[in-house]
Design a protein around this ligand. Structure first.
Ligand code: ADP
Length: 256
């Protein structure tokens, strides 16, 4: 059974002035443990799709099912990570990681032990008492990811999580995050406008058209997915084949 099922979903936003059709008849299934990237022109409706999966908005038409059940609001089994790491500057790294656990009212000691374990495991053991200001952009995003992982979601939704970072950081963080998520066996949906990132991180790349967005193509990425880190996959001969194929589809939807 697919862990995520989007069936015939359309979504319109209504404001006092206008109506915007963001999504039209979107159908998508994501299997347990699968890593799916969504690419599409800016403003097409990618974040809208993630908000629907997060249960933050309800579709105007169609339905979203998670774990076989109709989604009617935010689920505890889903974690969401955004472009902005939204760390609190007045809390140290450990206490930033613990925020979600506190809000959820989890037992303090086990949560703290697991937070320390995750920070250690993913290279932040020496920064537990640091304030976010003392960290690089890439480290901050890792802290934000660990905060999400602490709640042990089955599904992770990532909305352009690397786009605020410089190119080098983006590449190395991509390797780290892909490694962490595969290590944790999570189901992941990543929204990105970066074709190379989409291809090298995911098992499948979903291409969306411009607004009203619908899914125009899906590409299973069959070369070495999950075995090599994304930066190594960029050097494989098949990489440019995948890149060109996705770009050919995408460029028809991008107005220059
Ligand atoms: P993307 O993530 O692909 O850049 P979005 O999902 O953010 O696109 O937006 C899709 C379209 O819906 C855009 O035209 C955007 O202006 C519009 N939109 C997004 N959120 C709202 C909202 N809360 N109210 C009205 N329109 C919105």
């Amino acid at each position: 059974m697919a862990q995520i099922e989007v069936r015939g979903v359309s979504h319109r936003y209504f404001t006092m002035k206008e109506e915007t059709e963001a999504l039209r008849n979107v159908n998508l299934q994501v299997e347990t443990g699968e890593f799916v990237s969504i690419v599409g022109p800016s403003g097409c409706g990618k974040s809208t799709l993630l908000s629907l999966l997060a249960g933050m908005i309800r579709p105007t038409q169609g339905e979203v099912r998670l774990f076989g059940e109709l989604l009617t609001g935010p689920s505890r089994r889903v974690g969401y990570m955004l472009q902005n790491d939204s760390l609190f500057e007045w809390r140290d790294v450990l206490h930033n990681v613990l925020i979600g656990a506190e809000v959820r009212g989890l037992d303090r000691e086990p949560a703290r032990r697991r937070a320390l374990e995750l920070l250690e495991r993913y290279g932040l053991g020496g920064f537990v008492g640091h304030s976010p200001k003392q960290l690089s952009g890439g480290m901050r995003q890792r802290v934000a990811l660990i905060r999400t992982l602490l709640l042990d979601p089955d599904i992770l939704l990532l909305d352009e999580p690397f786009s605020a970072l410089d190119y080098q950081t983006r590449l190395s963080l991509g390797d780290e995050v892909a490694g962490i998520l595969r290590d944790q066996g999570k189901t992941v949906v990543l929204v990105t406008h970066d074709i190379a990132e989409a291809i090298t991180m995911a098992d499948r790349v979903v291409v969306m058209s411009r607004r009203p967005a619908t899914i125009t193509a899906e590409h299973p990425v069959r070369y070495a997915a999950g075995r090599l880190p994304p930066t190594a996959l960029r050097k494989e001969p098949e990489f440019s084949r995948y890149f060109n194929r996705v770009w050919e589809e995408l460029k028809d939807h991008v107005r220059v």
